[in-house]
Design a protein around this ligand. Structure first.
Ligand code: KG4
Ligand code: ZN
Length: 354
């Protein structure tokens, strides 16, 4: 059969992304224009600024994606876009581009669920031997998501747990800022990881035990951990009064607590799957926080010691762990190949459960 080539748009949050992927799993181009610098001062994504940046960036991103793939728009067989969930105004920039382009070219259109696309990414990036087999668990840990999902097929997913307050990535960012760490060029979370590398047992013992919220519940929470660190710093009269060794202890103590929570919820997720008679052999961990080396080591040890059969931990490459349009193209590919298309008039789903 002939190869099928998809051009995909993603603009659900603060990244403007366009990618071209074919049915042979080749990523011909993967353009991501980040907006971090525009939102830094707001402590989160400012919707109006994000929409305006998508509007400026999207035409350039499409142009670049076609150039890098050395593809003419006439060689594109289908157009995909993120239908939801996300910020309505942001989603509309990618979806309007996709719908108009598909209609103008007379090509089929598919709207994709952003979380399903994250969960299916390893089926694009892993070799056949390493690719996860259904059913598998997915842990999405980024600035935007803290989610535990079970994927039972390419189109059936269930959310087992999400965060009740802050995301894990934003908590890393805020603790990093509180400790006044210099951002390495990889950002605040990576700076915290690097800072904590030199921590000794004595440093760890110089800080109080940090809370592990909501044991036994399939939901995440990071605000109690965040405020415990804040309270400690406040009670010492500010970060300036805290010795470097104690700051390192705080950074490491925070990471230990946050990762322990991921381990616990992953365990509860495995228990849930066992009760549903789902035989889990793979766990996919994705999102910006999944680049944390301590997290990877701890989760893989945790899974190696789980139950009576080994469970493999799978990571997409970091560039495809974070928001991108290649994952949108791949999630749509299955539907294009099944001739299962959407109308050019399809609506958005800013709130869209799985
Ligand atoms: O997926 P992502 O790039 O973007 C969105 O959330 O949209 O995730 C970014 C998050 C930030 O909070 C960042 O600080 C965190 O991932 N992060 C890390 C590390 N690298 C990035 N957190 C902990 N350790 C790291 N090495
Ligand atoms: Zn995402």
């Amino acid at each position: 059969i002939r190869s099928f080539t998809v051009l995909a748009f993603e603009s659900s949050a603060d990244d403007t992304a366009v990618a071209i992927v074919n049915s042979e799993r080749q990523i011909l181009s993967n353009v991501v224009r980040k907006q971090h610098a525009l939102h830094e001062g707001y402590g989160g994504i400012h919707p109006k600024i994000a929409i305006e940046a998508h509007q400026r960036n999207m035409p350039l991103a499409v142009q670049q994606a076609l150039q890098e793939a050395r593809t003419s728009v006439n060689d594109i067989d289908g157009i995909a876009f993120t239908r939801g969930p996300g910020i309505g105004g942001c989603l509309s920039v990618g979806s309007n581009a996709a719908k108009s382009l598909a209609a103008a070219l007379g090509k089929p259109l598919v709207g994709v669920h952003h979380m399903q696309a994250h969960a299916l990414t390893p089926l694009l990036t892993c070799s056949t031997e390493e690719a996860p087999v259904f059913p598998f668990l997915t842990l999405l840990v980024s600035g935007g998501h803290t989610l535990l999902l079970v994927a039972t097929s390419r189109s059936e997913f269930k959310i087992l747990g999400t965060t009740l307050d802050e995301s894990i990535g934003r908590t890393f960012d805020k603790i990093s800022r509180l400790l006044e760490l210099k951002w390495s060029n990889r950002g605040p979370g990576a700076a915290l990881e690097e800072f904590a590398l030199q921590t000794t047992q004595q440093d760890l013992e110089s800080v109080p035990a940090l809370p592990r919220p909501m044991p036994k519940r399939l939901a995440f929470s990071f605000s109690a951990l965040h405020s415990a660190v804040e309270r400690f710093v406040y009670n010492q009269g500010g970060i300036g009064n805290i010795a470097m060794s104690t700051r390192r202890g705080l950074a490491m103590g925070f990471q230990n607590s946050a990762i322990a929570q991921l381990e616990e919820k992953l365990g509860l997720g495995m228990d849930w799957c066992a009760r549903e008679n789902l035989n889990i052999r793979h766990v996919v961990v994705s999102g910006g926080v999944a680049s944390n080396q301590l997290l990877r080591t701890r989760l893989s040890t945790f899974l190696n010691n789980w139950g009576d059969h080994p469970i493999c931990l799978v990571y997409p490459p970091v560039a495809l762990c974070t928001d991108n349009a290649a994952m949108i193209a791949w999630a749509a590919m299955y539907r294009f190949l099944d001739n299962d298309f959407d109308d050019y008039t399809i609506d958005l789903r800013p709130e869209w459960s799985l």
